[in-house]
Design a protein around this ligand. Structure first.
Ligand SMILES: [Mg+2]
Length: 266
């Protein structure tokens, strides 16, 4: 597991790259968790770091989040937008603000609707987040007993729906998610990077279990980086402790690219 002080090889390859992509998860990675999800603003210093990088145009900066794409700009609070892939890649906002949703196949839409009905029938709507291609049950902020009760109420029916459809049931820090198998961060990473030349150097920064497939997907292009206070088993090849090491990484990235900005991203 590489630490911040051991990335010299990566910085060298980034400096000489023709193209550069910095792919970033949002919650838990750029911003600490908040029970009030609409107030999960970035760590101090992250806005400035991203603003500098976007303005310098040496790097394609892409946020890949499980949130809906439209939630991200207000939280980020940047004048110049990065590219935003929301709902695990099922929708996209380009830096000029153009919105592009992915159309879901009918079978997936029907399975999601059945899952929504299961939660409505149990009067659990207030814990449910309805996103493109995904339903999430959130128990962050509840005590352990209440959270377990919620999980037990919905898990059997959602598991059955997942078994019989192209939806996948997975856990994240603070909830359960039933999601189209097309909606993965790995798919989003792959789609971003296949738009690039093979010479592009990239990194993906994430904290959660839903970032693990993205760590695997980016392996041929650069680094998967776990951003988390405690290390856990992961497919990432490097580990940063937020916020100090995250800010140092962003600063080093910007400095490395600014020193070689004869070759710009655009
Ligand atoms: Mg996260």
């Amino acid at each position: 597991m590489l630490r911040l002080s051991e990335l010299n090889g990566f910085w060298s390859s980034l400096a000489s790259a023709q193209r550069r992509c910095l792919l970033l998860d949002y919650d838990g990675t750029l911003a600490p968790f908040r029970v009030e999800r609409d107030k999960a603003y970035p760590y101090d210093g992250v806005r400035e770091a991203l603003s500098n990088m976007i303005a310098a145009r040496h790097t394609r900066v892409v946020i890949i989040s499980g949130r809906t794409a439209h939630e991200i700009p207000a939280l980020l609070g940047l004048k110049l937008l990065p590219e935003i892939w929301g709902s695990h890649g099922l929708e996209r906002i380009s830096p000029d603000g153009e919105y592009t949703p992915m159309v879901l196949p009918e079978d997936i839409a029907a399975a999601l609707s059945a899952a929504r009905q299961e939660s409505d029938e149990r009067s659990l709507s207030r814990y449910i987040e309805d996103k493109p291609g995904c339903l999430a049950l959130h128990w962050r902020g509840l005590d352990q007993q209440e959270a377990e009760q919620l999980r037990r109420e919905l898990l059997p029916s959602w598991a059955e729906i997942a078994d019989n459809s192209r939806l996948q049931l997975s856990s994240f820090d603070g909830g359960l998610e039933l999601r189209s198998e097309l909606a993965t961060k790995a798919n989003a990473v792959t789609r971003v990077l296949t738009e690039e030349s093979p010479e592009c150097r990239a990194a993906y920064l994430g904290d959660d279990l839903t970032d693990e497939d993205a760590f695997a997907a980016i392996a041929g292009w650069g680094l998967g980086i776990l951003v988390r206070k405690e290390l856990r088993e992961t497919q990432a090849s490097a580990w940063l402790i937020p916020p100090a090491e995250l800010l140092a990484f962003l600063a080093e990235w910007d400095e490395t690219c600014a020193d070689h900005n004869g070759r710009r991203h655009c």
